[in-house]
Design a protein around this ligand. Structure first.
Ligand SMILES: [Zn+2]
Length: 45
């Protein structure tokens, strides 16, 4: 379970805010919108 380094909240991975951008998945904290990570969309080649 990822902990937000900005506001300290714990969230289930499924509860995080996700956005797709140029083939990358961008994950934000749903409480403070802090950027938690960016990774390649596994559903794309
Ligand atoms: Zn946060």
């Amino acid at each position: 379970m990822p902990t937000c380094p900005n506001c300290g909240a714990d969230h289930e991975t499924a509860a995080l805010c996700r956005h797709e951008r140029e083939g990358l998945v961008v994950v934000h904290c749903p409480d403070c919108n802090f950027l938690l990570g960016r990774y390649r969309d596994p559903s794309r080649p």
